[in-house]
Design a binder for this molecule. Structure first.
Ligand code: ADP
Ligand code: RBF
Ligand code: MG
Length: 274
């Protein structure tokens, strides 16, 4: 595995020195000051393959920039694009595949060994936390899909939103006056509706007999299921979301995930008191 960047070698070295173990993860590092011309010229990738003792045609490039995709294809390599900006897929058409985030990289598609950290259709992550009062959303969840999603105000968690790629995730939800429930959610623009704003849409896997607007909701997100997708019809979207529900329900019984049910963050003592 090589790191092949248009930055200068010294810049690359200083940048990755902040991340423990990264330097050691690459057997080869090539900067643009080590070849004649940078991307979109193929030089950097050809030099990387040469130092890895690999044929360009059996090398796979993972790229976030358009000129990097051009460089990879010019080097005769296969290229997976992971655009650094959302909704830019159309600019990357020369790539062999465009994925939304590295969470969706499937090495086995390219003759490489599969990642081994997927468990029963889910990818575990370090837990992340988001919470606040439940606000009114666009009113579409229960009306159009029959699937209510308890929306949080986006103001409170813009950093969480920019940090995490769009997709379908799952975890635990704590409601201040009610308890802790399994939860599956989408984060993103919901391509089927093509929303203007990136939102978190948590579906609590429990039947409530009333709404709980304004109540304090805390989420602990523990894993990833799939990228957000568009669907040919409302029915196919609904079917897929029910599949997500089954995947999440089953996974959350695994000790790896069930242990977070007791996370103190879920036991809310809200400012309003109880
Ligand atoms: P909105 O667009 O206002 O979010 P939804 O149709 O998505 O409207 O419904 C979400 C609301 O439904 C939540 O805010 C909550 O008050 C209520 N609700 C009832 N059951 C659930 C559930 N199982 N999961 C999430 N929200 C639920
Ligand atoms: N909407 C989409 O357009 N694409 C999706 O892939 C998608 N996946 C979802 C997965 C889950 C678990 C849930 C609860 C919702 C999903 N939605 C998806 C619908 C979306 O998040 C939201 O509920 C609707 O836009 C109604 O507000
Ligand atoms: Mg909603």
């Amino acid at each position: 595995m090589a790191l092949a960047s248009n930055s200068h070698r010294a810049t690359i070295e200083s940048k990755i020195s902040y991340q423990h173990g990264w330097k050691e993860s690459f057997s080869v590092i090539v900067g643009s000051d080590e070849v004649r011309t940078g991307k979109p010229s193929p030089d950097i990738f050809l030099e990387a393959a040469k130092r890895l003792n690999m044929e360009p045609s059996s090398s796979l490039v993972i790229e976030d920039s358009v000129i990097g995709v051009m460089a990879g294809k010019a080097a005769g390599m296969e290229v997976v694009a992971v655009p650094s900006l959302p909704k830019q897929t159309h600019r990357y058409t020369s790539a062999d595949e465009v994925i939304n985030s590295l969470l969706d990289l499937q090495p086995e598609k390219w003759g490489l060994p599969p990642f081994q950290d997927w468990i029963e259709g889910t990818l575990p992550s370090e837990p992340w936390y988001v919470g606040g009062p439940v606000v009114k959303g666009l009113g579409r969840g229960s009306k159009v899909l029959g699937i209510p999603t308890a929306n949080l105000s986006t103001e409170g968690y813009s950093d969480v939103l920019s940090e995490h790629p769009s997709g379908v995730y799952f975890g635990w939800a704590g409601l201040s006056t009610r308890g802790v429930y399994k939860m599956v959610m989408s984060i993103g623009w919901n391509p089927y509706f093509d929303n203007a704003e990136k939102t978190i849409e948590p579906w609590l896997l429990h039947e409530f007999d009333e709404d709980f607007y304004d109540e304090e909701l805390h989420l602990v997100i523990v894993g990833y299921i799939r990228p957000e997708a568009n669907f040919p019809s409302l029915e196919t979207l609904i079917t897929k979301i029910h599949e997500d529900r089954k995947v999440a329900e089953r996974a959350l019984d695994l000790p790896l995930y069930s242990k977070y049910r007791d996370d103190p963050y879920l036991k809310i003592t809200s400012s309003k008191g109880q």
